[in-house]
Write a protein that binds this ligand. Structure first.
Ligand code: ASP
Length: 613
């Protein structure tokens, strides 16, 4: 086998001999079939494998279109040798049918092979640090460091090609619907989404910074004031949020905005786009319109605003019975304004103690003090709750929740947010554990009528649930306070198989309403003018009613492909620590970069913040 160095020297020699590419491909590696038998062709590609079978060399040549088997006889093939795996090679040869026993039905090119007449090493390679196989168990940071090798793996190549098809179809639909594709600035004023901005110091305006967009929200609304009527963009958004396994500091959105619309008009465009994507790329028919469930309904049924509706186990409210029962944990929760809700697991009386304990651990992670349970056995009730409730109370709860003999009932009694959050996760854990999720299904739905504001107990303040630009559907109170909890907005989320795919709303187009919302979330007039004065001014000059949405493109592609790692659908992602192992960014600033900007970095500052907690 040629070493990398000798391969390189040979490559340079041959380059010097001929400046042009002599063995330029006539076909790709996934193209040749029986129909080409007898033809002389040239293939270029990467050596997927090279096996020496007693003098005859079998070379599998790969490019993104497929793999073709080539036979090299070093005695007769010009330049024929055993090439190193992942080097780039050209093969000129004659297409011949494979003998019957050697046909590979799994490959498009499996009926033929190429009898090599001439080979040329186009790009030598060092020995690769990991194998290029579909199911790689190589640690992710190593794969990201050598991303160009990682991306040669079929699932990643497929993801990139698929993603490109997704954006092609999106553009086709949006152009057909008379949307205008507009690029909004990357260097902009602080954005309003709440999470942290990445900032870029300005050299020309010393002492000032730009922010990188967390979303083009205000620009797209301004485009409506411009009169563009229908805007879309496939754009990068950047959020300097705390790290989570599936979070990328930069991500891609399909962003859109429309004038003179109600939520239904936005839904129609997105429904057209999503149904077309599923039909064209996955061959699946989705309903022409997606079910609409109110926020209230999904919370009551699933405890979460992005429900996976591919399986049952819906939450059952047994508060009315619990309120008057003798079990203080239950009655006390209801008396304090909370609730008692249950999940009925059909046939769950079979579930062992270990599994129930594991479910309780899930509930506790989401704030519940415990997970009460009772098994409904043929010979009576079994489990902690059975001891505290009378038979009549238990029977009444069974009837309310639709439980039968052989079932298991799981309860959480607490403040409503805790009941919802914990039971929602217990439900999902059960769905996975009992294999109840029908993976062949695609459940797409709209969640509508979100509350406009939510109260953050820790911060002791009201926040906009989505963002501050959503039009309230009910009159606003004069002052911040509890009444804000009842204000709803024309807010909606698109949910696919339990994944939040995007959020949008009908916006505020009246400056006085916008000012009022700023005030209710605790932003004084001065602060509002400083941050959003330019935008408020735009609203004063003939702003049309408008609304829109943004979908997360990375997540959309991931869900369509059924992948579970967002990084597998992004070409050059950051790892879970926000680092790009390929380019080693972020890195220390080079040369006089900082001096030019009059900046100094102080990494000790972060250490200090950490130790001070
Ligand atoms: N700008 C919003 C976001 O990025 C989406 C929207 O309201 O259109 O979440």
């Amino acid at each position: 086998m040629a070493s990398w160095a000798s391969g390189f020297i040979e490559w340079r020699r041959s380059r010097n001999r001929k400046a042009i590419m002599k063995l330029k491909r006539t076909h790709d590696c996934g193209q040749l079939t029986r129909a080409n038998v007898g033809e002389e062709v040239i293939l270029n590609g990467w050596v997927d494998s090279c096996r020496n079978h007693g003098g005859l060399i079998f070379l599998d040549l790969r490019d993104r279109y497929g793999i073709t088997q080539c036979q090299i006889d070093p005695a007769t093939t010009v330049g024929g040798e055993e090439f190193k795996t992942e080097s780039v090679v050209a093969v000129r040869g004659t297409v011949q049918p494979r003998p019957e026993g050697n046909v590979n039905r799994k490959r498009a090119t499996g009926e033929i092979e190429l009898m090599a007449l001439e080979c040329e090493l186009l790009g030598p390679t060092k020995t690769i640090p990991f194998e290029i196989v579909d199911d790689s168990d190589t640690r992710e940071d190593l794969r990201l460091k050598y991303r160009y090798l990682d991306m040669r793996r079929a699932p990643l190549t497929r993801a990139m090609v698929f993603r490109s098809e997704v954006t092609r179809i999106i553009r086709e639909v949006f152009h057909a619907e008379r949307f205008v594709e507009v690029e909004t600035p990357l260097l902009m004023k602080t954005t309003p989404e709440g999470a942290r901005d990445y900032i870029v110091p300005s050299r020309l305006q010393p002492g000032k910074v730009y922010a990188l967009p967390q979303s083009p929200q205000l620009f797209k609304q301004t485009l409506m004031v411009c009169g563009l009527d229908r805007y879309f963009q496939i754009c990068k958004c950047l959020r300097d949020e705390d790290l989570r396994a599936d979070r990328q500091p930069e991500f891609t959105q399909l962003d859109m905005e429309m004038s003179f619309v109600e939520p239904d008009d936005v839904f129609a465009v997105i429904e057209k786009t999503v149904t077309r994507l599923w039909k064209e790329l996955l061959g699946k028919d989705l309903p022409a319109t997606f079910p609409r469930l109110s926020y209230r309904e999904v919370m009551d049924r699933y405890g979460i605003d992005k429900p996976d509706t591919r399986f049952g186990l819906e939450l059952q409210d047994v508060s009315a019975i619990a309120a008057s029962c003798g079990f203080q944990v239950f009655s006390g929760a209801v008396a304090a304004g909370g609730s008692v809700r249950a999940i009925v697991v059909p046939g769950g009386a079979e579930l062992g103690r270990k599994k129930i304990d594991a479910l309780e651990a899930v509930a506790k992670t989401y704030g519940a003090k415990g997970l009460a349970w009772v098994k409904i056995n043929a010979d009576g009730f079994q489990g902690p709750v059975g001891k505290f409730l009378t038979e009549d109370e238990l029977r009444a709860m069974m009837a309310k929740a639709g439980a039968n003999t052989g079932d298991l009932m799981l309860f959480v009694a607490d403040r409503n947010p805790v009941v919802y959050a914990s039971l929602a996760q217990v439900r999902l854990a059960l769905g996975r554990e009992l294999d109840l999720i029908d993976k062949s299904r695609t459940d797409v739905l709209w969640v509508t009528e979100f509350p406009l504001f939510e109260y953050d107990e820790e911060a002791g303040a009201w926040f906009a649930m989505h963002h501050m630009f959503t039009m309230p559907s009910t009159p606003l109170p004069d002052r911040p306070g509890a009444a804000m909890a009842d204000i709803h907005g024309k807010l909606y989320d698109l949910v696919i198989n339990g994944n939040e795919m995007g959020s949008g709303s009908v916006r505020i187009h009246l400056p006085e309403v916008q000012r009022k919302v700023f005030e209710l979330v605790g932003m004084g007039q001065e602060e509002a003018d400083m941050k959003f004065g330019w935008f408020l001014r735009a609203l004063e000059y003939g702003a049309p009613p408008h609304g829109g949405i943004a979908l997360g493109l990375d997540r959309l592609v991931m869900v369509m492909l059924g992948y579970d790692n967002i990084r597998d659908v992004i070409a050059f992602p950051k790892n879970a620590s926000g680092v790009c192992p390929l380019t080693e960014s972020p890195s220390e600033p080079l040369g006089d970069t900082l001096d030019v900007l009059g900046l100094q970095l102080n990494p000790d500052f972060f250490k200090k913040v950490e130790t001070e907690g």
